[in-house]
Design a protein around this ligand. Structure first.
Ligand code: NAD
Ligand code: UD1
Length: 309
């Protein structure tokens, strides 16, 4: 396998560290740039000689240019992943979530590196994502600084594609779950919160009636797609939804959790969060056209792996 490392920004986080495992297993060298704001060393096999961790900020242009040196491709995941954090502090999160992307584009242009895989979000659709499964051409309606930064990042990546020959593959992730997702904030992914509380026997709160649905993707299935994107011979224009085109209600997800653990703690229902999206489901035709999804992980199995059962 090639010795030039793949650069993963945000590689010490939930999705990044799962990708690192797969890349190392395939013989890739991996270089990570991560400010360790939510990333953890304990997510990484630090004793692997093919892994290099550089602690620093993707908003630091000079540092990004330096870490880019000699890399074969980039997977740009570094971002403040909490939507609520972007609402509370748009200026700070903009540095990571947008300036970071611009720095990556510029450093790639200067270093002559072409391939970049980018983590955008279903958040770019805002409430336009409600209803039937959502196609990529649906009008965008970013409702938060997080979503605006993701959409602007997409536009800039596309500018660098047209102007400078970069090869961006832009994925709009729907709800990703699995091992190493941090459950510690009230705004963490619902599966990470519920799983942790089930393990500890702590009560669970459902916002709304529990009939809201999400398109949950197991992280192991996602990283297989990211790997294909790194290795794809060509890139095509246009962002790609990453979802299974499957709507699972919170109640159904809890039932699957109960089957894994045997018993659920007390569940209480409180009013829905303001602005909460009722139904979110990806039309994934473009994903299926361009990549091989293979056999995806059923929720029961994904939850069992998450809980180490
Ligand atoms: P995460 O918080 O575990 O990972 C983000 C990583 O980026 C962390 O390791 C963090 O320390 C690092 N980071 C943050 N700001 C940085 C900065 N300024 N410089 C360098 N490193 C920085 O979250 P995740 O769920 O693994 O998210 C990865 C990417 O996927 C993010 O871009 C996120 O917006 C996107 N995404 C995630 C989901 C999901 O369901 N988890 C959905 C849509 C999009
Ligand atoms: C997720 C993403 C967000 C993205 C959006 C796009 C996460 C953390 N958030 O938001 O980045 O903008 O998809 O579609 O991945 N809930 C409870 N109890 C809890 C926690 C949550 O009932 O303790 C409910 C929420 O109110 C919501 C559902 O669970 O109805 C899912 O919530 P969450 O995991 O935060 O994700 P999204 O809101 O879908």
């Amino acid at each position: 396998m090639v010795d030039a490392p793949v650069l993963i920004t945000g590689g010490a986080g939930f999705i990044g560290s799962n990708l690192v495992d797969v890349l190392l297993a395939k013989g890739y060298a991996v270089r990570i740039l991560d400010d360790m704001s939510t990333g953890k060393r304990s997510n990484l096999p630090m004793d692997n000689p093919k892994l290099e961790l550089i602690e620093g900020d993707v908003a630091d242009a000079a540092l990004v240019a330096k870490v880019m040196d000699g890399c074969s491709a980039v997977v740009h995941l570094a971002a403040v992943a909490s939507v609520q954090a972007s609402v509370d502090d748009p200026v700070r999160t903009h540095q990571s979530n947008f300036i970071g992307t611009l720095n990556v584009c510029e450093a790639m242009r200067k270093a002559g590196i072409k391939r970049v895989v980018f983590a955008s979000s279903a958040a770019v659709y805002g409430n336009n994502g409600e209803g039937e499964s959502i196609v990529e051409d649906t009008p965008k309606a970013p409702l938060t600084p997080y979503a605006s930064d993701k959409l602007s990042s997409e536009y800039y990546l596309d500018f660098y594609r047209r102007q400078h020959g970069l090869e961006p593959i832009i994925f709009r992730f729907f709800n990703i779950y699995g091992p190493r997702q941090d459950p510690s904030s009230p705004y963490s992914g619902v599966i990470s919160i519920f799983s942790e509380r089930v393990e500890k026997g702590l009560p669970i709160t459902i916002f709304g009636d529990g009939e809201q649905t999400r398109d949950f993707v197991y992280v192991g299935d996602l990283v297989k797609i990211l790997l294909q994107a790194i290795e794809a011979p060509d890139v095509e224009e246009g962002a790609i939804n990453v979802g299974l085109n499957k709507a699972t209600s919170l109640k159904h997800m809890l039932e699957a959790l109960r089957e894994v653990v045997g018993q659920l703690p007390v569940i209480s229902y409180v009013p829905a969060r303001p602005g909460d999206i009722r139904h979110s489901r990806a039309d994934n035709s473009r994903l299926l056209q361009r990549f091989s999804l293979g056999q995806t992980t059923p929720m029961s199995e994904g939850l069992a792996r998450l809980l180490g059962r």
